[in-house]
Design a protein around this ligand. Structure first.
Ligand SMILES: [Zn+2]
Length: 267
């Protein structure tokens, strides 16, 4: 069974963290942030938690430059493709003469165009050693039925992950299996850098109470605690600290609640 299948098929409450690994559009310190990735992966792996990395071509390039591609495969990671069509390296862009520099959404493009964008992005990630790629997430959660069709035709990807309440997510037929971000609506989602730590813990507790899968989300441009986003967006504790707080709650659950749930399941 592949890692993504193990995660999707696990019963009851589960926590996993997804990270959009962005390119130069959001990340002005790509190298510093990428250098802090292992630390976060180690924390999750040590606690038996999967991290799903949704990787853009620019981020793949930085991983490769820093010789991190093979290293991070030792952790509990799942690789996904992440695409912002307005932020593609020249090696990809030179094949796509239809790209508009100011168009941020994948679904603004036709089926044939999306197919080309996905093909060259997948090839690029594979070339950098990012394999296997098992899941897809569009930039700004942009995805429609054409995206699913293109992914099915071109790749082995069978899963996609989005906040399904966002207007940019336009899928009507679940050709791919959705692994959604844990969210109550379009902005209340289990996003590490949103809200206070207390609010995040509350959301997680709700998932435990409802026996649901809680897929969190965060962004690579926050990996470095010194990154300018912290000051700019007034985020008080870094994502490593916030993750540790959630893990404390998960540990309590594992010790106190899960054993009782298991007894219930057996009887
Ligand atoms: Zn993104």
């Amino acid at each position: 069974m592949s890692n993504i299948e193990k995660l999707v098929n696990a019963k009851g409450f589960q926590f996993a963290l997804s990270m959009d690994c962005e390119g130069t559009n959001f990340d002005k310190n790509l190298e510093n942030n990428t250098k802090n990735l292992e630390r976060l992966l180690r924390l999750n792996s040590k606690n038996n938690i999967y991290t799903i990395l949704f990787i853009t071509p620019y981020f793949a390039d930085m991983l490769s430059k820093l010789n991190l591609v093979e290293k991070i495969k030792d952790f509990k990671v799942i690789f996904g493709l992440h695409v912002h069509p307005d932020n593609l390296p020249d090696e990809i862009k030179c094949h796509l003469d239809f790209i508009k520099d100011d168009e941020e959404l994948l679904t603004a493009y036709s089926y044939e165009e999306q197919k080309e964008i996905i093909k060259y992005s997948m090839d690029y990630l594979h070339h950098k050693g990012i394999t296997p790629i098992e899941i897809f997430r569009g930039g700004y959660f942009s995805m429609d039925d054409d995206t699913s069709k293109a992914l099915i035709e071109l790749t082995d990807i069978k899963y996609e992950s989005h906040n399904i309440y966002r207007e940019q997510y336009k899928v009507t037929k679940n050709i791919l299996t959705p692994v959604p971000v844990y969210a109550f609506n379009n902005n209340e989602e289990l996003r590490l850098e949103y809200f206070t730590t207390e609010k995040l813990v509350q959301m997680l507790a709700q998932a435990i109470k409802d026996n649901k899968k809680a897929l969190g989300i965060t962004h690579s441009y926050l990996l470095d605690p010194e990154d300018f986003h912290y000051k700019r967006d007034n985020i008080t504790k870094d994502i490593h600290f916030r993750l540790k707080e959630l893990i404390k709650v998960i540990k309590l659950y594992k010790q106190a609640i899960e054993p009782i749930e298991n007894i219930k399941l057996k009887s």
